[in-house]
Design a protein around this ligand. Structure first.
Ligand code: APR
Length: 177
């Protein structure tokens, strides 16, 4: 059966899903934006788990993803992925953004998650243009779901700002609810 797509406006730390995706940086040591919100709400266990990954494999390269406990969040896991910094559009940013989403989806699948919640990766501090990012995400995620129809029951896009919310609703043809 087809995977349900939900577009919501709000704070991802309040969303209940098996996996919550974090827009991290390659150090995995936290930051501002959604990274800061997830660590604040999830508590120190998440950073501790990130440190262990750092000690094992170093940081997380752009476009890759790692999985940790969700600490106090209403989720089983946090998937930390590193989106690209926008540098004008001809440094492979779109491909790197696509792989951040794909690697997050794969990790969720490997860990038997039924649901995953994404923030709008790279569209904050990393300066990725919102409309372009929304297009890349739509193409990448719908492609993955077509190839893996039974992989996930629900994919939730959590938009923190109105512009992302509108863009995602238009692209995914969601009623305004
Ligand atoms: N819930 C959901 N979305 C949020 C939240 C939240 N609590 N807080 C911020 N956002 C949104 C932003 O509005 C933006 O649309 O997440 C999106 C991604 O923005 P950033 O968090 O700035 O992430 P990104 O652009 O990928 O930059 C990553 O920022 O915080 C640092 O450590 C992080 O260095 C990394 C960089």
């Amino acid at each position: 059966m087809a995977t349900k797509i939900e577009i919501i406006k709000g704070d991802i730390t309040q969303v209940t899903a098996d996996a919550i995706v974090n827009a991290a940086n390659s150090s995995l040591l936290g930051g501002g934006g959604v990274d800061g919100a997830i660590h604040r709400a999830g508590g120190p266990q998440i950073l501790e788990a990130c440190r262990q990954i750092r000690n094992r494999q170093g940081g997380c390269p752009t476009g890759e993803a790692v999985i940790t406990t969700a600490g106090r969040l209403p989720a089983k896991y946090v998937i930390h992925t590193v989106g690209p910094v926008w540098q004008g559009g001809n440094k492979g940013e779109s491909e790197l953004l696509a792989s951040a989403y794909l690697n997050s989806l794969r990790l969720a699948m490997e860990n038997k998650c039924q649901s995953i919640a994404f923030p709008n990766i790279s569209t904050g501090v990393y300066g990725f243009p919102l409309a372009k990012a929304a297009q890349v995400v739509h193409q990448t995620v719908s492609g993955f779901l077509n190839n893996n129809p039974a992989a996930l029951r629900t994919v939730i896009f959590v938009c923190f700002d109105e512009e992302n919310y509108r863009l995602y609703q238009q692209l995914w043809h969601q009623p305004d609810h």
